[in-house]
Write a protein that binds this ligand. Sequence first.
Ligand code: NDP
Length: 328
Amino acid sequence: MFKAILLGKKDDGATDAQLTELDEAQLPADGDVTIRVDYSTINFKDGLAITGRSPVVRKWPMVPGIDGAGEVIESSHAAWKPGDRVILNGWGVGEVHMGCLAQRAKLKGDWLVRLPDGMSARTAMAIGTAGYTAMLCALSLREQGVKPDAGGILVTGASGGVGSVAVAILSGWGYRVVASTGKLAEKEYLQALGASEVIDRAALSEAGKPLQKERWAGVVDSVGSHTLVNAIAQTRYGGTVTACGLAQGMDLPASVAPFILRGVKLIGVDSVMAPQARRVQAWEHLARDLDAAKLERITQEIALGDVIARAPEILAGKVRGRLVVDVN
Ligand code: NDP
């Protein structure tokens, strides 16, 4: 038996979340690698699943947890053997395949990434999908030719998981980072992560003109809606905007003007189904380039028993940085 968070449906359709004990026989039969999970985390999507706020979970009952890190204890997959240290991010885990907010998970070997040398399971989960997505955004900016001397990089939702890690990565790479936040009290925190300037997100949250003063060479946006539209409208000629999130909304009430008059590029970033080679590249960069002291500043550790109570906070935008979960 092992401890797990289990989600079920109540008669009225609401989600019921419990800390419970499961038997290994209850784990998915189509998994070919059993993991002893050491650490997991709560991402925005886990918050949606646990509270039932959005239809993230599509198979019931479900163990949530889109991220896990730990050790292989049993494997029939050619690439993995007991003792291997692995990371899991996404692939529908915690949505349609039982997830990692549990002491055991039975996953597909094709989904796993080897824990980079020298990285602990706790560090991997302090980074989690949020941090790995921040790296995917940062890599996209670089690949689009955005250089540190090209101008400022706007990071929206800066005090959140994706935002905090993006600020740390990009400032570490020598970019001038401007952090947009609704938590102005966290100015010092964001400066300590490397932000050169901290701005009030209210300046970006309402409908604005289709073309605004050119300010950003690049953008990492985890907020969507009007914030993303304004960020695009303020991007310099030829600049690049990476869009990965919807904390403000899924809508995009935009004009084509920045694209056809300024050649602005909008790059969508997905972590869930990203190909294996891209994941390995992102995790190698995270192991090499992310400052350990900054990551520790971003991280709060909680217990498996705290997860259900903390999940609504992430949806309310009340969590600073990342929540890492010690499941044991
Ligand atoms: P967090 O909740 O940690 O961070 C989101 C941040 O957005 C908040 O901390 C807050 O930052 C800001 N925010 C919240 N509500 C609003 C609002 N109404 N208007 C403007 N800003 C708001 O979540 P994550 O960082 O984990 O995820 C961020 C987004 O990215 C989510 O939508 C998530 O689903 C998405 N995501 C997508 C992935 C992908 O594969 N594409 C992978 C990972 C995440 P502040 O207070 O500083 O303004």
